[in-house]
Design a protein around this ligand. Structure first.
Ligand code: NI
Ligand code: MN
Length: 230
């Protein structure tokens, strides 16, 4: 059993394992690099790392149309329930693990901010470690974050894939993401949160060459809309 991942540009990833379909940080309709619209997405779970518009944008629309469950911190889940009529949420907070039909989700520390688009308090930003029940694979979505030493703890998880921001300016950039790979020691690493707009433009192929030269991890770089299997 394997896991299929699709990058829709920015920090938006779809994870498919067996019959389970998950989307992380859906930002599609207003994302200049996404080849699909939110109306084309059909998932069971929507994972939201933090409150910024480029992560929450299409979450309520997808959840309400698909009857999907939103997984996020408590404050963001309450915001979706009260202000966007989302019926099903799974609130959590940093360090917590929840068990869902597709496997488990752990909320991990991210060093960032998390205000919601209407100015509401968005709680602490985070990332997720997914342990997929059917493939037994472990995937880390760092979310928007700076490099932090806490990542060293996640090396113990035995990550099959780490998805790390490389865009710089609002998150760690290429140099710090290489240092993050050193701490995390994932089998594979994929870049995220870059090339959406010019302030976060990066050369992902140059980054991949550095990952190969400077770490033991395998870089996976795809174009928006492309799928790969791990
Ligand atoms: Ni952000
Ligand atoms: Mn962001």
């Amino acid at each position: 059993m394997s896991t299929k991942l699709t990058w829709f540009g920015h920090a938006t990833w779809r994870v498919e394992c067996g019959s389970h379909r998950i989307i992380v940080d859906p930002f599609l309709d207003a994302n200049p690099t996404s080849p699909v619209k939110a109306s084309q997405i059909d998932v069971d779970f929507v994972l939201v790392t933090h409150g910024h518009f480029d992560h929450v944008a299409d979450a309520a629309g997808i959840a309400n149309r698909c009857g999907a469950t939103i997984v996020s911190n408590y404050e963001i889940c309450e915001w979706f329930a009260k202000k966007h009529g989302v019926k099903s949420t799974e609130p959590m907070n940093l360090g917590g693990v929840i068990r869902l039909p597709f496997g488990s989700v752990k909320s991990t520390i991210a060093h960032h901010s998390s205000e919601l688009p209407d100015g509401s308090y968005g709680g602490n930003p985070g990332g997720f470690v997914l342990v997929l029940a059917e493939s037994r694979q472990r995937i880390y979505f760092a979310g928007d974050t700076a490099l932090c030493l806490d990542m060293q703890l996640l090396a113990n998880v035995g990550l099959d894939l780490a998805v790390l921001p490389i865009g710089d300016r609002f998150t760690m950039g290429p140099d710090d993401s290489i240092a993050a790979v050193d701490l995390l020691k994932p089998r594979r690493v994929a870049p995220s949160h870059y090339n959406t707009w010019s302030p976060i433009a990066q050369d992902a192929h140059a980054w991949a060459a550095r990952v190969r030269a400077e770490t033991k991890s395998e870089p996976i770089v795809v174009e928006p809309g492309a799928t790969f299997t791990i």
